[in-house]
Design a protein around this ligand. Structure first.
Ligand SMILES: Nc1nc2c(ncn2[C@@H]2O[C@H](COP(=O)(O)OP(=O)(O)OP(=O)(O)O)[C@@H](O)[C@H]2O)c(=O)[nH]1
Ligand SMILES: [Mg+2]
Length: 242
C-alpha cells in the first residue's frame, strides 16, 4: 500500500457527523494517509468540526467559511496536499459516506496503468445503494449528455471518487479552470484528456474502476436545481472554451 505517499481531499459543507465516521474509517484502515478537508461551513460549524477531529494528527482542515462550490474546494485542497512532496497519489471523495475508503486498493492497482482513475457507478461490478429512482434516472441522463457533448470514454462523469497521480494534479492546479461546482469534475477530465506531449501523444491516461455508491444518511444534499442548471451551463462552456 502507498499510505505514506497519499493524500485524500474531501470537500465538505456541513458534514460534521459524516466526517467523524469517514475520517475514523480512513485512519483505522490506512494509517499514514494524509487527509485534507476543505470545509465551506460557517464559522461556528467549522469550529465544531475542528474540535471533533482535533485528535487526528494526519487531518488538515481548511476553512473557507463560505460556500464556494465542490470543484473549487477540491482544487484548493489539491494545492495544499501538493505541499507535501512525498505525496504521489491524490484521492478526492465526498464527505457524506457515499464513497467507501475500503475501495482505495482497487484504485491503487488501476493507477499502475492510469494517471486518473475514476470510480464509476455504471460498470458491471458497480453498486448503487439506496438511491431513489429519480436520482438514478437524472444521473444517467446527465452522463449520457456529457458523453455525447465532451466525448471522453467515461461511464461516470459525475461521481466525485477519483485517484490522481501527482503529475496530473500538478497539471490541474495550473489550469485556468472556469467551473467551481460539481461540473468541475467534467472540466478536469476534459483538460486531462486534451493535454498533449510535444510529440502529439496524450499526456494523461484515464481509466475507471467499479465502485459502490451509497445515498447519504446524515446531513443535507447540496444537489439542488440551481446546481443542476449551473452544471448544464458549465458543460456547454467547457467544450466551447476548450
Ligand atoms: N467545500 C465544499 N463542499 C461542497 C460544496 N458543495 C457540496 N460539497 C460537498 O461535496 C460533496 C458532494 O455533495 P452532496 O451534497 O453529497 O451532493 P450529491 O452527492 O450530489 O447529493 P446527495 O448525496 O444526494 O446529498 C459532499 O461532501 C458535500 O459536502 C461546496 O460548495 N463547498
Ligand atoms: Mg452525496
Amino acid at each position: 500500500m502507498n499510505n505514506n505517499e497519499t493524500a485524500v481531499i474531501i470537500p465538505a459543507y456541513n458534514e460534521g457527523k459524516n466526517l467523524q465516521i469517514l475520517v475514523t474509517k480512513i485512519t483505522n484502515n490506512f494509517p499514514g494517509i494524509e487527509i485534507v478537508i476543505v470545509d465551506d461551513s460557517q464559522k461556528e460549524e467549522n469550529l465544531l468540526l475542528k474540535k471533533a477531529l482535533a485528535n487526528f494528527k494526519k487531518v488538515t482542515i481548511l476553512s473557507r467559511e463560505k460556500k464556494q462550490g465542490r470543484g473549487s474546494a477540491v482544487i484548493f485542497g489539491m494545492k495544499e496536499a501538493l505541499k507535501n512532496k512525498k505525496n504521489k497519489y491524490f484521492f478526492e471523495m465526498d464527505a457524506d459516506l457515499a464513497h467507501d475508503p475500503l475501495e482505495f486498493p482497487q484504485f491503487f492497482s488501476a493507477s499502475e496503468k492510469y494517471d486518473m482513475v475514476v470510480g464509476s457507478r455504471y460498470l458491471t461490478k458497480s453498486r448503487i445503494i439506496k438511491w431513489p429512482l429519480y436520482r438514478l434516472v437524472q444521473s444517467k441522463v446527465i452522463n449520457f449528455l456529457l458523453k455525447y457533448w465532451l466525448g471522453i470514454k467515461l461511464s461516470d462523469y459525475t461521481n466525485g471518487f477519483r485517484l490522481y497521480k501527482r503529475s496530473a494534479v500538478e497539471f490541474i492546479v495550473v489550469q485556468k479552470l472556469k467551473e467551481a461546482g460539481y461540473i468541475s469534475l467534467s472540466e478536469i477530465a476534459f483538460k486531462l484528456k486534451k493535454a498533449r506531449l510535444p510529440n502529439g501523444q496524450r499526456k494523461f491516461k484515464i481509466g475507471e474502476v467499479p465502485t459502490s455508491f451509497t445515498d447519504r444518511t446524515y446531513g443535507k444534499s447540496n444537489a439542488d436545481a440551481k446546481e443542476l442548471l449551473r452544471s448544464l451551463v458549465g458543460a456547454v462552456r467547457i467544450r466551447l472554451n476548450g
